[in-house]
Design a protein around this ligand. Sequence first.
Ligand code: HH2
Length: 264
Amino acid sequence: MVLVMGVLNVTPDSFSDGGRWFDHALAIAHGRRLIADGADIIDVGGESTRPGAEPVAEEEELRRVLPVVEALAPEVEVSIDTRKPAVAEAALGAGARIVNDISASLWPVAAAGGAGWIAMHCPADPSVMTAHARYRDVVSEVADHLVRRAEQARAAGVERIWIDPGIGFAKTAAHNLSLLRHLDRFVATGWPVAVGTSRKSFLGALAAGPDGLPAPVDDRLEPSLATAAWALTQGAAMVRVHDVRPTAQLVRMSTPEFAGVGAR
Ligand code: HH2
């Protein structure tokens, strides 16, 4: 069954939920709501990586995420969304079991901690990544890069590995659509594929209203669900989403088991 990863940003400035779960108690309560809604994994992050975001100091990132990881880890599988080795290591110590790594470079930390690892493609620091949205062949370049990293991680002893094309990370809308259209190429590598399209800005443009204005960030549920549905029909193993309840239903409704029940 496709895994639903629920996003929990303990940040003041994330692009869609910045500031909403910045307080630890609110973050933990939201995490529990996402579990009740059907999340298989809660992805705790303490640094926004939206285009142009300012980096966060290590100490501050640790302060943001550790109490939340500690509180939720006994209740659900927790991933830590970070690009800092020390934050990943401390989060694994606090109970996290997956490193969700937008730098695709932290496999040694995952290997040392016996954790799973998500290798996401992002060729430059988010503060400057928009200028790096240049590819000759976006699908081949991203897939080749991720496969090389996944092979290194496997050789280092990481057992659970996912590759993620990094939708919206140094990608234009055309690149994002191309990666989604050719998701089967990622699936065909044999590595489990994770995909995160939820509420991202290219969806706002696609879901523009009759006035031509992009759909605002809090009005992108339908395109988020449509792209999650596309990803799972193409063979993705995990979808990373803000709206867990409808996505978990979508996943359940798309399984052969459900079809079997319907046929009885
Ligand atoms: N997208 C974001 C953050 N982490 N991790 C993976 N594996 N795949 C993604 O597509 C991905 C990710 C960006 O979304 P969000 O966390 O909601 O926003 P922000 O970076 O502003 O906190």
